[in-house]
Design a protein around this ligand. Structure first.
Ligand code: SF4
Length: 336
């Protein structure tokens, strides 16, 4: 009974997560003069077996979020509960154990693979680090993993430079799968690939999810990429999540003006369908000194006086469709 109760809980719960990078001045007596507010109080959950897409323009904090969850960088504050354990509080040994369950696939499949190691060594390394297999057993497991990601056994003896971008990403996926993780953070895994190869890698990730019951946090800058793979989608702007909803709801009825603008930029294949593109004014402001109130007010076509002074709450507008915008009645009610 107890086991069922635990397994119904989200696999990952992020609560009020903050990551500020200090800016210091002076060489000998350096003192902090500011901070880059890369992630500034975000909360979300990822359920077991689902894919949550995390989308936003570059610099919005999505990649930092992924790295803080894995504790590749330390958070400034907040909680990251993975299977009920608060990741920021774990000891080094506990964290090492947990890393088996949480893996990452990086954006640049070439930079993330050691050019001096063969594919067999790259894919087999996590098995060695976690003491899971050695010798012939490790070799066999590597062959199995290569097979799972659509590579051949003879690829094991080759080096990363001998592969195309898509094949290198398959190697990265095989490495992430080696330790049977529960969660994989996919950090822009297809951004560096040609469009035709992107679809192949996304299909592969979907097949693997079904086969191994994986949970994904899929980070991307492009809403059209996350559409196919995500169950729910969270949209980030300047260190905050501004909207989060079930995929179909978000694409059919985006409630935040920023999401509406992002979606309006996606081309439609059907030339008979007319769509008006929303062009946002100005550039994304600096995360060192984000705008007061709603951070999007400097670019929002609907900005009102309240938007400059009062930060909108992130509220559920029904059916798990969360939005942070004063335009929405549920958010406006809380502001008064
Ligand atoms: Fe625009 Fe105001 Fe909504 Fe922010 S709160 S998105 S500025 S309408």
């Amino acid at each position: 009974m107890a086991e069922t109760a635990v397994s119904n809980k989200p696999l990952l719960e992020v609560k009020n997560l903050v990551k500020h990078f200090p800016i210091t001045k002076g060489i000998i007596f350096s003192k902090q003069v500011g901070a880059v507010k890369a992630v500034d109080g975000i909360s979300f959950t990822v359920n077991r077996g689902e894919t949550l897409g995390l989308v936003g323009e570059s610099g919005c904090g999505k990649t930092t979020t992924g790295r803080v969850i894995l504790r590749l960088i330390e958070p400034t504050s907040g909680e990251v509960l993975f299977d009920g354990k608060n990741v920021p509080e774990l000891s080094k040994e506990e964290l090492r154990e947990l890393r088996r369950d949480m893996q990452i696939i990086f954006q640049d499949p070439y930079a993330s693979l050691n050019p001096r190691m063969t594919v067999a060594d790259i894919v087999g390394e996590p098995l060695h680090i976690h003491g899971l297999a050695k010798g012939k057993e490790r070799e066999k497991r590597v062959q199995e993993l290569l097979d799972v990601v659509g590579l051949s056994s003879f690829h094991a003896r080759r080096f990363p430079h001998e592969f195309s971008g898509g094949q290198r990403q398959r190697i990265g996926i095989a490495r992430a799968l080696a330790v049977n993780p529960k969660l994989i953070i996919c950090d822009e895994p297809v951004s560096a690939l040609d469009v035709s190869i992107q679809a192949q890698v996304i299909n592969l990730l979907q097949d693997l999810q079904k086969e191994f019951g994986l949970t994904y946090l899929f980070i991307a800058h492009d809403l059209s990429v996350v559409k196919h793979i995500s169950d729910r989608v969270a949209v980030m702007y300047l260190g905050k999540i501004v909207e989060l909803a079930d995929k179909d709801r978000l694409y059919a009825n985006p409630k935040h003006p920023y999401t509406q603008a992002l979606l309006s930029a996606i081309p439609i294949a059907d030339p008979t369908v007319k769509k008006e593109r929303i062009i946002l004014k100005g550039d994304v402001p600096s995360p060192i000194n984000p705008p007061s109130g709603c951070r999007f007010h400097t670019r929002c076509p609907y900005a009102m006086d309240i938007c400059q002074t009062k930060e909108p709450d992130f509220v559920d507008t029904g059916d798990g469709h969360f939005v942070a915008c004063h335009l929405h009645p549920a958010a406006a009610e809380k502001a008064h």
